[in-house]
Design a protein around this ligand. Structure first.
Ligand code: PXL
Length: 276
């Protein structure tokens, strides 16, 4: 069986990071190991939350995995809770990413602003983690913070293409930007492969509302799809379709959560997309 390690926080309630990565990757028939970066009562989009940093646990866990001869088909990082974690994850990728894929989701911002607790300096340091990655999947806001580019609400394809080229210059083999929209009712992803110089894009019907945690769902599904043998553009498409379906199902519920989407009941659709 293939094995992925997901490096991000546990928001104990809130349907993001590890509480979505684990079930999604498991449902895709892949073992999912976890390296928790912090434990929060709820994610930081709630009015209040507790936060317990787990930086000190990460190196001992990695050392123990080394002692136990563990390897991964993919290592992927999401929400990191401290500056030091960026160096720890960078070393982790060097140690464990040689035989597998390295994927970075620099989960730290959306809608033009950084999440609570992050600074522009943190974003610059996160950019260093992209060097050598097989794939990075920032949204537009995260890309702007990492690249020092102006955040625009309205933009054209040239703006996204320039952003992708600059993301690739950070050292990533493939760069994808999520949450891209060139037409009012279409939303999706645009990507760039450095070696071939090829761009790809994929859009689905834009759902009438945005939800928290969708970036984490997107990345988990994309990583699972690549590890299951899809090409990166195919995996980015699958993740787009799956995330859109999660939002659609959420909106069917009258008193739906504000904090996360119905990814659970979209599982049969995810498996259908995987051809299972
Ligand atoms: O979904 C991104 C995310 C992950 N983890 C934590 C968050 C957020 C977004 O706000 O607060 C703790």
């Amino acid at each position: 069986m293939k094995r992925i390690v997901s490096i991000q926080d546990i928001s104990a309630l809130g349907k993001c990071s590890l509480t979505v990565a684990l079930p999604i990757i498991s449902a895709m028939g892949i073992e999912c190991a976890v390296m928790p970066t912090a434990i929060l009562s709820v994610h930081t989009q709630f009015p209040s939350f507790t936060f317990h940093d787990l930086t000190d646990e990460m190196e001992p866990i990695a050392d123990n995995w080394k002692a136990n001869n563990i390897s991964f088909d993919a290592c992927y990082s999401g929400y990191l809770g401290s500056y030091r974690q960026i160096d720890i994850v960078s070393k982790f990728f060097k140690d464990f990413g040689k035989e597998g894929l390295v994927i970075v989701d620099p989960a730290m911002a959306d809608n033009g602003v950084l999440y609570k607790g992050f600074t522009p300096d943190f974003a610059k340091k996160m950019a260093t983690l992209c060097d050598g990655a097989d794939l990075i999947v920032p949204n537009i806001t995260e890309a702007c913070y990492m690249l020092d580019m102006e955040y625009k609400e309205t933009y054209d394809e040239a703006y996204i293409r320039e952003m992708l080229l600059r993301l690739a210059d950070l050292g990533a083999k493939n760069a994808a930007i999520t949450g891209v929209s060139f037409e009012k009712d279409r939303l999706g992803v645009m990507s760039y492969e450095r070696e071939s110089g090829e761009f790809a894009s994929y859009f689905t019907q834009r759902q009438p509302k945005n939800f928290h945690g969708t970036g984490d769902i997107y990345t988990a599904a994309a990583v699972g799809a690549v590890v299951n043998g899809m090409s990166i553009p195919e995996a980015l498409q699958l993740a787009c379709d799956y995330t859109a379906e999660c939002i659609r199902l959420t909106l069917l519920e009258e008193n739906h959560n504000f904090y996360g989407v119905n990814f659970e009941q979209a599982t049969p659709y995810l498996l259908k997309l995987m051809g299972k």
